[in-house]
Design a protein around this ligand. Structure first.
Ligand SMILES: Nc1ncnc2c1ncn2[C@@H]1O[C@H](COP(=O)(O)OP(=O)(O)O)[C@@H](O)[C@H]1O
Ligand SMILES: [Mg+2]
Length: 270
C-alpha cells in the first residue's frame, strides 16, 4: 500500500481577509511525482509555500514527514526545512559565488563535514544535474536551463526526502524545458525522493506526473492519474487539461466581465 508522505487537510489561507485557499485537501504519496495544476492565481504557489513551511495557515493543517506543520517548534521547522529541497521559479543562486560554492553552501551551513568531503559531495550533485564540468562558472555565465540545474543541485545538496518545484520550466525554451522535465524524473528515480511540481504547462505535466491535482480559485477540483484526468467528465478538468477556449472557466470569466461592467468593479469586491 502506498502511504502519504504529505497530507494537506482542509487548508485555508487568506491574504488581507481574502481567501486564496479554501479547504484544500490532498495527499502526496511517498516516491511519487505529484503535479499541482491550475490557472494563474489559483493558489498553486501559495499551497507550495505552505507545504514547505514558509507561511502560516489560517485553517486546517498539513502533516509532512510525520509532523504537523502547524504545531512545529521553531527548531522542528528548521529540521523540516533541511529535510526538503526547493527549486524556486528563479533558481535563486548567489551571483557572487561559483556554481560549486552555491551547492556547497547548505553543506557548510548545516553539516560538520570536512571541506574535502563537501567537495566530493558537490561533485556528485553537479554530476547528477549534468553540470560537473561547469563547477567553477559564475551564475551570470550560465544559460537559463543551466541556472535551473545549478539551483536543483543546491536543492538536493542535503539529500532531501521531498523536492518541491515551482514552475520549473518557466521562461525556458521548449527543448530546455523538456530537458528539465527529464531531470526531474531522473532525480525522482535515482534519489528515490518524492516530488511536488507546480505548473500550468500541460505538456510538461503529462510527461512527469504520476498523479495530478487541479486547483481552481483556491479550491480543490479533482485529482487522479494522467489518464484519469484526460478522461475526466468534470467539465472544469476537461477544459483545463485540453486547454479549450469554451467551458466553465471561460463562461465564468465572461459572466464576471459583464457583471463588473454593469455594477462597477468596486461592487465586485464587497
Ligand atoms: N503574499 C501575498 N499577499 C497577498 N496576496 C497574495 C500573496 N501571494 C499570493 N497572493 C494572491 O493569492 C492568489 C493565489 O496566488 P498564487 O498562489 O501565487 O497563485 P498561482 O501560483 O496559482 O498563480 C492570487 O490572487 C494572488 O494575488
Ligand atoms: Mg505561482
Amino acid at each position: 500500500m502506498p502511504e502519504p508522505i504529505i497530507q494537506v487537510l482542509n487548508v485555508v489561507k487568506k491574504y488581507d481577509g481574502r481567501t486564496v485557499l479554501d479547504g484544500v485537501k490532498l495527499d502526496v504519496m511517498r516516491g511519487e511525482t505529484l503535479v499541482i495544476l491550475g490557472g494563474s492565481g489559483s493558489g498553486k504557489s501559495t499551497l507550495l509555500r505552505l507545504m514547505i513551511g514558509n507561511e502560516t495557515l489560517d485553517g486546517g493543517d498539513i502533516l509532512s514527514l510525520g509532523k504537523s506543520l502547524c504545531h512545529m517548534t521553531p527548531n522542528e521547522r528548521d529540521d523540516y526545512r533541511r529535510s526538503i529541497g526547493v527549486l524556486f521559479q528563479s533558481g535563486a543562486l548567489f551571483n557572487s559565488m561559483t556554481v560549486a560554492e552555491n551547492v556547497a553552501l547548505p553543506l557548510q551551513e548545516h553539516t560538520d563535514l570536512p571541506d574535502e568531503t563537501i567537495e566530493i559531495m558537490v561533485k556528485i550533485k553537479l554530476e547528477l544535474v549534468g553540470l560537473r564540468t561547469h563547477a567553477d562558472k559564475m551564475p551570470a555565465m550560465l544559460s537559463g536551463g543551466m541556472k535551473k540545474r545549478a539551483g536543483l543541485a543546491r536543492a538536493i545538496s542535503l539529500d532531501p526526502k521531498i523536492l518541491f518545484y515551482d514552475e520549473p520550466s518557466a521562461g525556458l525554451d521548449p527543448v530546455t524545458s523538456t530537458e528539465i522535465d527529464h531531470l526531474i524524473m531522473d532525480l525522482n528515480d535515482k534519489l528515490g525522493v518524492t516530488s511536488v511540481v507546480v505548473t500550468h504547462e500541460m505538456e510538461s505535466a503529462f510527461r512527469i506526473a504520476d498523479r495530478m491535482v487541479l486547483l481552481d480559485r483556491g479550491k480543490f477540483i479533482a485529482s487522479g492519474t494522467p489518464d484519469e484526468m484526460r478522461n475526466s467528465t468534470n467539465p472544469i478538468v476537461h477544459q483545463f487539461v485540453f486547454g479549450l477556449a469554451d467551458g466553465p472557466l471561460t463562461d465564468r470569466r465572461r459572466a464576471e466581465g459583464y457583471e463588473e461592467d454593469l455594477l462597477g468593479s468596486s461592487a465586485m469586491n464587497s
